[in-house]
Design a protein around this ligand. Structure first.
Ligand code: GLU
Length: 415
């Protein structure tokens, strides 16, 4: 039977495990196992055919003890409140593990942007902001892009929020285009951060990137940047996939060719010189590094025993279920968890917000250099905890972040 996993339950299990190792006691868990609050809204949108369609949207706040709530907005047909709550809590841990002064939030709208026109998407984006307008704000909760939301959508949302206020409020949202108060380097930040983590991991394990192969599941903005970075490091990318299927060539794929194929046809499938494979087959390919870059729950107790990669680096949020985690740990697979591996995006979001607040903008080199420093430090901190407590890297990352959040809670009197 295929494992049915509730993402918020997974998030709670991960938290509990870290709290147990830290011997922290129940009150911290009781506060942190739930989101602080969430909003469910209905968003009426006039569609191109003249009819009104009502979309369901959410925004969840998990914890703000270390700073304002922060996290993306997802547009996807499978969005549901459990997923949004899980993603909100993962944002708390992500911001804390890299040491940026934010809490965790997440939003989502149940919709399929692939079937919507640009006009419909704009009306939905503006409608979402009108609906959650009082729940967010530059000092309160700062959204950003996530699955299927883009810099352009962020610009519409920022504009709608600014209109409500009567002045430009660029700090309300991050991931905006550079010409609409965005930051240099934000577009590629998640991929660049993942590259820094990979580089540090290989150094830590004394592995030579030039002798390694990688498989990338999910070829959106993140998957492509990761493939490109791997390629530049000398890691051979041998397979890639998207929702329509995968492609494989043991001699290696060129990231630029994969992207051209995807741009031209809407999928990576069909790239000349590659063998077509299913997403299932992709997970069990012989390779060194497996990098999931799409959605949750793709590495499960069913396929975990078949994974041949020795390293898994989570570009997506929540790709591995807790049961799969146990199996992989026992099998000696090193897994870098989402909250560390993909924290580059929110880190540059933080830089964007700081620049918006100062109204003073930095060159790309400065952004990338600051990102590298933060990611490197976070990796080394987590690796140290992992060595000291002999735990898997997810638990070590949680331990680092939960300790910081709990400390802030204690100092503030439990909020
Ligand atoms: N959606 C991204 C994430 O899951 C970015 C969030 C942000 O920049 O606030 O980390």
């Amino acid at each position: 039977m295929v494992e049915k996993v509730d993402p918020f339950e997974s998030a709670q299990k991960q938290l509990k495990k870290a709290i147990n190792v830290l011997k922290m006691g129940d009150d911290v868990y009781e506060v942190l196992k739930n989101v602080a609050e969430y909003l469910e809204v209905s968003i009426p949108v006039r569609m191109d055919n003249g009819k009104i369609r009502v979309f369901k949207g959410y925004r969840a706040h998990h914890n703000n003890m270390r700073g304002p709530y922060k996290g993306g907005i997802r547009f996807h047909p499978d969005v549901n409140i459990s997923e949004v709550k899980a993603l909100a809590s993962w944002m708390t841990w992500k911001c804390s593990v890299v040491g940026i002064p934010y809490g965790g939030a997440k939003g989502g709208v149940v919709c399929n942007p692939k079937e919507m026109s640009e006009g419909e998407l704009e009306r939905l984006s503006r409608g979402y902001i009108r609906a959650v307008g009082d729940f967010i704000g530059p000092k309160k909760d700062i959204p950003a892009p996530d699955v299927y939301t883009t810099p352009k959508i962020m610009a519409w949302m920022m504009d709608e929020f600014s209109k409500r206020k009567g002045y430009n409020a660029p700090g309300v949202i991050t991931g905006k285009p550079v010409d609409a108060f965005g930051s240099e380097g934000r577009d590629e930040a998640t991929g660049l951060g993942l590259y820094v983590i990979t580089r540090e991991l290989l150094k830590h394990l004394k592995l030579d990137p030039k002798k390694m192969t990688a498989v990338i599941q999910g070829y959106g903005n993140l998957g492509h940047v990761v493939a490109d970075r791997y390629d530049k490091m000398g890691i051979r990318v041998i397979a890639a996939s998207d929702s329509k299927g995968g492609i494989y060539n043991p001699d290696g794929l060129r990231p630029a060719d994969i992207m051209t194929q995807k741009d031209k046809t809407g999928s990576v499938v069909g790239l000349r010189g590659t063998k077509q494979i299913t997403n299932d087959e992709l997970f069990s390919l012989k390779c060194d590094i497996l990098t999931p870059c799409a959605l949750e729950n793709v590495i499960t107790k069913e396929n975990a025993p078949k994974i041949q990669a020795k390293l898994i680096i989570e570009g997506a949020n929540g790709p591995t279920t807790p049961e799969a985690d146990e199996i992989l740990f026992k099998r000696g697979v090193t897994l870098v968890p989402d909250i560390l591996a993909n924290a580059g995006g929110v880190t540059v979001s933080y830089f964007e917000w700081v620049q918006n607040n100062m109204n003073y903008y930095w060159p790309k080199e400065e952004v990338n250099e600051k990102l590298d420093r933060i990611m490197t430090k976070a990796f080394r901190g987590v690796a140290e905890i992992m060595g000291k407590y002999k735990v898997d890297m997810r638990t070590a990352a949680y331990m680092q972040s939960v300790k910081r959040v709990a400390e802030a809670m204690k100092l503030r009197g439990f909020g």
